[in-house]
Design a protein around this ligand. Structure first.
Ligand code: PXP
Length: 237
């Protein structure tokens, strides 16, 4: 199981102050050093966290795999073909949302997605699609020739342990088995943390997890003691 660290919210921290720090590319490098096997970023239409300059720098400096999450728009296609991430993960995007709230409706958007995916593939970019754990969506990804999918784990992750969560987990498992049977590489992500990741890791067909918010939030907690100590030390001097 590979971990791809989503660094978006490290950039959110920078944007909260409109400052030049913290530098997302540094976070990406440290994540790699700590064992991450990939870096994921979402370039949103409103550029609320990651910017093109971040992508350009990260593309140059990281040694693992870069996954670019993006909406299937003409603007984003141009960016992707310029930056050349290893993987583009197509996601739905609603301007008012705080985070991606569900998978892409591949069935409904089949016609528009077909040439879009072909263009990216021509540019030697591997295409993944973020989908809800629904077999018809996964079948549509296969029909469009997508070599990879990311199954949305957010529905499972947001539920408390119990019957509804068991059902959501079973849906993810069935979706992973189905994708694998169709010959698609199956990855997963959204809302995963130390507590809920175990049952997802136990699904053998899933090869990679994209985890962001929890890791960035945890970074602040485990780093606060050292950061305050350093400042106190400086004040003492
Ligand atoms: N996968 C996709 C498609 C996402 O949009 C996100 C959030 O940016 C993630 C995975 C990571 O989710 P989280 O930040 O909750 O770990």
């Amino acid at each position: 199981m590979r971990l791809s660290v989503n660094i978006d919210h490290f950039a959110t921290l920078r944007e909260a102050r409109g400052a030049s720090e913290p530098e997302p590319a540094l976070f990406a490098l440290l994540a790699e050093q700590a064992g991450a096997m990939g870096i994921t970023t979402h370039l949103r239409t409103d550029r609320r966290h990651i910017k093109e300059r971040d992508l350009e720098i990260i593309r140059k400096v990281i040694k693992t795999k870069l996954t670019l999450e993006m909406a299937a728009t003409e603007e984003m296609k141009k960016v992707a073909l310029k930056i050349k991430p290893d993987v583009v993960c197509l996601v739905p995007e609603r301007p008012e949302e705080l985070t991606t709230t569900g998978g892409l409706d591949v069935v409904a958007n089949r016609k528009a997605l077909a040439p879009y995916i072909k263009n990216l593939a021509k540019g030697k970019i591997r295409v993944s699609i973020f989908v809800d754990p629904e077999l018809k969506q996964i079948q549509a990804c296969r029909d469009l020739g997508a070599p990879q999918i990311e199954i949305h784990t957010g529905i499972y992750a947001d539920l408390k342990p119990g019957k509804a969560r068991d059902k959501a987990l079973a849906d993810v498992r069935k979706a992973a088995e189905f994708g694998d049977k169709l010959g698609i590489e199956v990855t997963a992500g959204h809302g995963l943390d130390y507590r809920n990741v175990g049952p997802i890791v136990a699904i053998p067909q899933i090869t990679e997890l994209s985890i962001g918010f929890f890791i960035v939030a945890r970074t602040a907690l485990v780093g606060i003691t050292q950061a305050v100590r350093e400042m106190v030390e400086l004040l003492r001097k």
